[in-house]
Ligand binder design. Structure first.
Ligand SMILES: Cc1cc2nc3c(=O)[nH]c(=O)nc-3n(C[C@H](O)[C@H](O)[C@H](O)COP(=O)(O)OP(=O)(O)OC[C@H]3O[C@@H](n4cnc5c(N)ncnc54)[C@H](O)[C@@H]3O)c2cc1C
Length: 563
């Protein structure tokens, strides 16, 4: 059944065990776990999947070494474990990321850390070598004996400058430890969702469907593509609306103040010298004022972020010129000889962390932990309970989803049948650990499907072992390279449109591919892809033109890309 048919079926059977509102990583993670456990579950997302906070991340699977200082040992241990699981379960998309900390002082922060731990310090500080060493020893201990990533190392000033010739010579040394890079978070979330639907015929996820209201035993949904509304009768509602959680509860007549969001922005720069200077390393640097800058490789570009600024309304989160100045200034402090300017920026993005509301004066001290807030009983005037999923990190979505699912299963009176700890994700299934084996698979797939080896290599990089299905599809009809896009073919795009829930042109440019984020989009390409998607989805000429206009406006208004 297609999207409209499944939605229409809701008119005849509006009962559903669980309704999840929000298709960010936490909603999708919970959707997968419930689906695996045989629950009939419906997920609705008002925009595209993974277009809120989950699209604004620093692309890191990380334990959060900084949170050790806040005394959040359990959180860090849990996140390190989840980081390791992501490296194991999604090896096609999550890669080990050596992370270098340039250190400018020896002893700084020694007194601050214990004061902060006992809640007696609300002023940030720059950390020196000794405090960083202590933190990294603990971090290594949490990684355990699994050996998913190597242990940390310290490099003297001399060795550091030899390793990274452009680094600021004022450093006293560098520390290198390992995290994970999530290359394409939006695709990873989508693969989780597709896995869930493949597993359970009673699990359905819709993008561009909003939850707009509800009362008694009914929730009202609106299809944003057709304006059609649907009543559903859930036994349980999971509010996974991230920074919009309180707004979403309000639509059900509930006044909550769970979220105190903070805005974070990033820029993507095309700067070959900087890209060469960092190599395959992330640089992580904390300034005297407690603000951090991350500089990390993103394919042949460099991703720089991020800020942490309290904000009330998530829709207002935009990357400002002031934030850009700050990113450029801090990057220059680390690599002073490289001339980086705003001219090098090809893309910018911003989003809101759905942090728990807090009275903490220092935003970096607000916990990054997650919690489930339950609303039920008479005062809600609703016949179903609501679980609001507050906080969390991309990295620890699996364990958060597991906790929500356990609670939901208990409520529904069901027992857990499957768990997700070692479950591969999408194209990570059967993904060879050994690069030689990848080449062998490409070789045999090329012989079998007739798709050229170079194309298959790209498909493997993009889709992991799903490359096989896509190559088979490409081979099933006349295929050719898309005009202006030498590394994409027509049937590859058509496959994505047909199998990956693309509804708008920007879904493809911003979230199913890296085209926009890597600054590759041109007006001609937008028009060409508008034609390809439109022909696949049956848009008329007017709709195609409207989609091009919509995409150009989103790129200009939200991402500073003017075409
Ligand atoms: C700048 C920044 C950097 C970060 N970096 C990292 C990092 O490197 N590593 C890491 O682990 N974590 C990182 N995080 C944290 C992580 O990205 C978030 O914690 C996580 O993505 C939150 O996911 P979510 O599903 O709860 O929220 P979201 O992704 O925001 O999903 C909520 C969804 O609900 C939808 N919605 C809202 N209202 C409705 C409605 N009425 N009907 C239907 N749908 C609705 C929204 O459209 C949205 O898509 C970062 C966050 C930010 C903002």
């Amino acid at each position: 059944m297609n999207r409209n048919e499944i939605l229409s079926a809701l008119k005849n059977k509006p009962e559903v065990s669980v309704l999840i509102v929000g298709g960010g990583i936490n909603g999708i993670g919970t959707f997968r776990d419930l689906a695996l456990n045989g629950v009939d579950v419906l997920l609705v997302e008002k925009g595209d999947f993974c277009s809120g906070a989950s699209a604004a991340s620093s692309h890191m699977a990380h334990g959060g070494i900084r949170y050790l200082e806040n005394g959040e040992f359990r959180l860090v241990r849990e996140a390190v474990r989840e980081r390791n699981r992501l490296l194991q379960n999604a090896p096609h998309m999550v890669k080990p990321l050596p992370t270098a900390i340039p250190i400018f002082k020896w002893f700084s922060g020694l007194l601050n850390a214990p004061l902060k731990f006992f809640g007696m310090l609300d002023k940030p500080s720059e950390r020196g070598s000794i405090i960083i060493k202590l933190g990294l020893m603990l971090y290594d201990a949490y990684t355990g004996r699994q050996g998913t990533v190597p242990k940390h190392q310290f490099f003297s000033r001399k060795k550091s400058l030899k390793k990274w010739g452009q680094l600021n010579p004022q450093i006293v040394n560098t520390a290198v430890y390992y995290e994970g890079a999530i290359l394409q978070p939006e695709r990873l979330a989508l693969e989780l969702l597709l896995d869930a639907e493949a597993e359970n015929p009673n699990a359905h996820a819709f993008n561009y469907v909003s939850m707009i209201g509800g009362s008694d035993d009914t929730v009202i949904l609106r299809d944003e593509l057709t304006d059609e509304t649907y009543d559903v009768h859930p036994r349980l509602v999971i509010n996974a609306a991230g920074p919009w959680i309180d707004f979403t509860n309000r639509k059900l007549g509930l006044s909550t103040h769970f979220i105190g969001g903070t805005k974070g922005s990033h820029i993507v720069v095309r700067h070959p010298e900087l890209r060469k200077a960092i190599g395959e390393n992330e640089f992580f640097f904390e300034n005297e004022d407690g603000r951090i800058v991350l500089i990390l490789p993103l394919y042949d570009h460099v991703l720089i972020g991020t800020s942490d600024i309290p904000i009330e309304h998530p829709e207002e989160a935009l990357c400002t010129d002031e934030e850009i100045d700050y990113f450029l200034k801090l990057t220059r402090r680390i690599f002073p000889s490289l001339s980086l300017s705003s001219e090098d920026i090809v893309f910018r993005f911003s989003g809101v962390r759905p942090l728990p509301r807090s009275t903490n004066k220092q935003v970096s001290h607000i916990s990054r932990d997650h919690s489930i807030e339950v609303l039920s009983g008479d005062w809600t005037n609703l016949r179903f309970p609501i679980y609001s999923l507050v906080g969390g990190k991309w990295t620890s979505f699996r364990v958060f989803s597991e906790q929500v699912t356990d609670k939901a299963l208990a409520f529904l009176g069901l027992a857990r049948q499957k768990d997700t700890r070692s479950l591969p994700i999408g194209g990570g299934r059967g993904y060879p650990r050994d690069p030689g084996e990848v080449s062998r698979q490409i070789e045999s797939l090329s012989a079998w499907t007739g798709v050229a080896r170079e194309r298959l290599k790209l498909l493997f990089e993009r889709y992991g072992t799903r490359a096989e299905t896509i190559a088979t599809y490409m081979n099933g009809g006349t295929d050719f390279i898309v005009k202006g896009l030498p590394d994409f073919s027509l049937r590859e795009i058509v496959f994505l449109v047909q199998h990956e829930k693309i509804c708008h042109l920007d879904d493809l440019l911003l979230r199913r591919s890296m085209l926009a984020m890597l600054g590759r989009v041109t007006r001609e390409m937008t028009e060409e892809l508008g034609r390809v998607i439109g022909n696949t989805l049956g848009w008329n000429e007017e709709q195609k033109a409207a989609e091009v206009r919509r995409t150009l406006a989103i790129l200009a208004d939200r991402h500073g890309v003017r075409l």
